[in-house]
Ligand binder design. Structure first.
Ligand code: SF4
Length: 284
């Protein structure tokens, strides 16, 4: 079978940097803690844990005086304060794009109601609202807009500043942006579409590729928001879309009669997994 791998499949610059920095520090020191998984990829996490990385989900589980990695998604302002109080040394791998959003929110929070368009439980979104002060709302779906407006009205503020989770669907963002303008009609609304370029480029390429193949394979971790979005985009353009984590996910699929397959991979998928999937499909 002919197999086409998307040019933008796999690690984005931010995740690559976070993984490289983590690998380096784990190699050279002991007792390194990471707040959450540095990348949503089981194989990489298993390897780092074997080499001594300790993954914890609460800063209370990081002993005072030790070293802690903050991953590419970033963390709330309070985490930096707690680390300082407990003399925890931070290795900060927060992506530059995420830091830029934190800085914008910090500036806007002095006189604006902050809206983050994103998934309510996504760690990056939790990090963003951790810089927003008290006046904020997370909008994930159209159903949230009325509640967001009511929360805004209670603050007595007149300005609204809107940002996005960097890996949010661009199409869904545009729909929600229109709804915000319609519902916050009397407010002074500033929208900053902070979706990362690499996410948009990958989603656009995925849609284009999916239109031209019989089968589309999207590789990514189950917990990876950008990978799940890619699978959604792919499914809209190619009925035969499969979302897998490793080559094992292909073993029960019958590719009989198909001539061309496309591969796209989320930002946390290492190259070697993409290669394994490609090889398997080429031999089908
Ligand atoms: S998707 Fe973009 S913002 Fe997110 S980690 Fe990667 S480069 Fe940074």
């Amino acid at each position: 079978m002919e197999v086409i791998v998307g040019k933008f499949a796999g690690f984005c610059a931010g995740v690559k940097r976070a993984v490289d920095m983590t690998e380096e520090v784990v190699k050279n020191s002991k007792d390194i803690y990471c707040l959450g998984e540095v990348v949503h990829n089981r194989q990489i996490i298993d390897k780092l844990e074997t080499e001594g990385l300790k993954i914890v989900y609460d800063i209370k589980d990081v002993p005072a005086g030790s070293k802690m990695i903050i991953r590419a998604h970033g963390e709330s302002e309070v985490i930096y304060e707690l680390a300082k109080q407990r003399n925890i040394e931070i290795l900060d791998t927060t992506c530059g794009n995420v830091i830029a959003i934190h800085n914008k929110i910090k500036k806007a929070r002095t006189d604006s109601f902050i809206i983050v368009i994103g998934e309510k439980n996504h760690p990056e979104v939790i990090g963003h609202i951790g810089f927003a002060g008290e006046n904020y709302y997370v909008i994930e779906n159209e159903d949230d807009i009325l509640d967001a407006y009511m929360a805004f009205e209670e603050t007595g503020l007149s300005k609204v500043y809107v940002v996005a989770q960097t890996t949010f669907s661009s199409k869904k963002f545009d729909i929600l942006e229109k709804e915000i303008y319609t519902n916050f009609i009397e407010a002074d609304v500033v929208v900053d579409k902070t979706i990362c370029n690499s996410t948009e480029i990958r989603q656009a390429e995925c849609a284009r590729l999916a239109k031209t193949v019989d089968y589309m394979i999207v590789i990514g971790g189950e917990k990876s928001a950008n990978s799940r979005k890619l699978a959604e985009v792919s499914k809209e353009n190619c009925e035969n879309t499969y979302f897998i984590q490793t080559v094992e996910g292909l073993k029960n699929i019958n590719f009989d009669g198909s001539k061309k397959a496309g591969i796209m991979a989320g930002a946390s998928t290492p190259d070697y997994i993409i290669e394994e999937v490609k090889k398997y499909l080429e031999e089908v």
